[in-house]
Design a protein around this ligand. Sequence first.
Ligand SMILES: Cc1cc2nc3c(=O)[nH]c(=O)nc-3n(C[C@H](O)[C@H](O)[C@H](O)COP(=O)(O)O)c2cc1C
Length: 141
Amino acid sequence: MSKVAIVYWSGTGNTEAMANLVAEGAKAAGAEADVLTASEFDKSKIASYDNFAFGCPAMGAEELEEMEFAPMYDDVEPELGGRNVVLFGSYDWAEGEWMELWEERAKGAGLEVLDTVIAKDYPDDDAKEACKKLGERIAAA
Ligand SMILES: Cc1cc2nc3c(=O)[nH]c(=O)nc-3n(C[C@H](O)[C@H](O)[C@H](O)COP(=O)(O)O)c2cc1C
């Protein structure tokens, strides 16, 4: 059974809801899944997991949240070369450019980005389904 870390930051709960749906999908696919906030995760925890899902909304100007998520992610990304990850997050007024930049960055660092899911504000039914499928995907990787 694979063990998945679902690590997220969420200011108003939208990305948190996505994280819980990713976990639901991963568990339904038979994986063990831990949902952790950005401040609960660091490099020392990487070895405890097989695969990773990272979630962060669009913040700043199409950027990752800078106080908690980005420092954690900057620290762990160099340790995750060759590992399977999926990325997710919520946005509002733009068109998801932050996720394109994030995916490009992660691939550039050597991560195997299997898929990404973005949701405008709180995930609607389609986005909920996409989050569960994202969990299934990372569980099976
Ligand atoms: C400080 C701040 C910066 C934001 N920057 C962007 C942005 O660059 N692009 C965008 O589409 N939405 C932006 N948003 C909107 C959030 O991404 C959106 O509200 C999202 O649903 C928040 O997710 P959360 O509930 O997980 O915190 C920003 C929101 C805040 C508070």
